[in-house]
Write a protein that binds this ligand. Structure first.
Ligand code: FDA
Length: 402
């Protein structure tokens, strides 16, 4: 005999635990299923172990989706302040680190503990580790065949997240279930991911691994299907295989393969203008001038790449050459060979097509009782706590509606 529930939530990560807790505290009989042996690994490793659990500046503009309006309803009904109230209720210390990003003072484990306690307060039944083998819609409800026995539920919530970091249990389960029930999926790809480079254009930069600096980076024209313009001012890090750091993770979500990213390595200074106008007043040697503005190794690399000797005298340089160098620093255009992929990506872009879901409840329009929440849905946030805020907000929207 299958065990009966009002709601079966599959995936006990950020969105799944939140949704189960909300629905159970509203009086629903909820079973929460996860295939992993260890609970909520992504929360545990998030924010360097301190979980950047929300961003107080969250707005719909901080998310990518084929339908940028979809997330508005859920985000406006469950805000960062609602989640902060929960964190305060559980006496978890937190602080703002950078541009509205809130982190735990101690450990991400406290957020996991909090969500577990909220599930317990509603009397959620746990099935973990449990593998869901199939889901069928029957006259009695959804029949879930699992390796720990069948489950019958009036509603099923898919909260199995995205494809990033397969080694801690990420799967394409959500996408497969969407396809099984005839729902469209927006092609998934890795987001918030380091970019890789190769070929002759990268040779100058390969030895610069370890150098970090604040840059402005942009990509996209904003014209054409799926071409969204992105621009960020954040830190960039040179690595052995390419570029990383917050600036690159952010822009990676906007980058389309085969197109360039444009990096302004010195956003505060118009280099060509400063060099040309400074011929009489600046230090004499090119190496000395540039290493006042940029990390010395980067300055040396850039000068060498453009055929300048370190001790070349600024006063002797033609304006045209200085303009070219200025352009290479203020508008460095480079085409990534690829990305580090799901192995290193913080999120998956794409997912269940939002046109298939109700923006109020997250239920599939054509399959009554089937819900998708969290990262499995085609809503992806910027770096900085936005992805958890989407997990909480979409989970609360479904949890209240169930
Ligand atoms: P999540 O991945 O949390 O949960 C999915 C659950 O489903 C998992 O428990 C998994 O085991 C389970 N599951 C998967 N397939 C299954 C199957 N077939 N059967 C049963 N269970 C299955 N975001 C942010 O806002 N701030 C941050 O600080 C960070 N930091 C960060 C660091 C790193 C290294 C990564 C990889 C990601 C982040 N993120 C982040 C992103 C954030 O972790 C992510 O967006 C949310 O966890 C998504 O929540 P979900 O509940 O949708 O999926």
């Amino acid at each position: 005999m299958a065990k009966q529930f009002d709601v079966a939530v599959i995936g006990a990560g950020a969105a799944g635990m939140m949704c189960a807790a909300v629905a159970a505290q509203n009086g629903k009989r909820v079973v929460l299923i996860d295939h992993a042996a260890k609970l909520a690994e992504k929360i545990r490793i998030s924010g360097g172990g301190r979980c950047n659990f929300t961003n107080i500046n969250t707005a719909p503009a901080n998310f990518l989706s084929a339908n940028p309006h979809f997330a508005k309803s859920a985000l406006s009904r469950y805000t960062p302040h609602d989640f902060i109230a929960l964190v305060k209720k559980h006496r978890i210390g937190y602080h703002e680190k950078h541009r509205g990003q809130l982190f735990c003072d101690d450990s991400a484990e406290l957020i996991i503990g909090m969500l577990k306690d909220e599930c317990a307060a509603g009397g959620v039944t746990w099935r973990m580790p449990t593998k869901v083998e199939s889901i069928d819609k029957t006259l009695e409800g959804f029949l879930l065949a699992t390796d720990t026995g069948d489950i019958l539920a009036d509603n099923v919530v898919i909260a199995t997240g995205g494809l990033s970091i397969p080694k801690i249990g990420a799967t394409d389960f959500g996408l497969r279930i969407a396809t099984q029930f005839g729902l469209g999926v927006v092609e998934p790809r890795p987001g918030l991911v380091p970019l890789t480079f190769d070929g002759p254009s990268w040779e100058t930069f390969a030895p610069l691994a370890g150098i970090a600096l604040e840059v402005e980076v942009e990509t996209g024209s904003g014209k054409g299907k799926g071409n969204v313009k992105g621009k960020f001012r954040e830190d960039l890090l040179f690595t052995h295989r390419g570029l990383s750091g917050p600036a690159i993770l952010q822009i990676s979500s906007y980058w389309q393969p085969g197109t360039p990213i444009i990096v302004n390595l010195l956003p505060e200074i118009d280099v060509a203008e400063a060099l040309i106008e400074g011929k009489a007043t600046l230090k004499k040697q090119m190496g000395n001038i540039l290493s006042q503005w940029l990390p010395a190794r980067l300055a040396e690399g850039l000068l060498a790449a453009h055929g300048f000797a370190l001790d070349a005298r600024l006063a002797d340089m033609q304006d045209a050459r200085l303009r070219k160098l200025g352009d290479a620093i203020n508008r460095w255009s480079i085409v990534p060979a690829g990305s580090e992929g799901y192995r290193k990506a913080e999120v998956m872009l794409g997912g269940v097509d939002t046109r298939e879901l109700s923006q109020q409840t997250m239920m599939a329009n054509k399959v009554a009782g089937l819900y998708f929440i969290g990262e499995a849905v085609d809503v992806t946030g910027w770096l900085g706590g936005y992805n958890f805020q989407w997990a909480w907000a979409s989970a609360a929207a479904a949890g209240i509606a169930l």
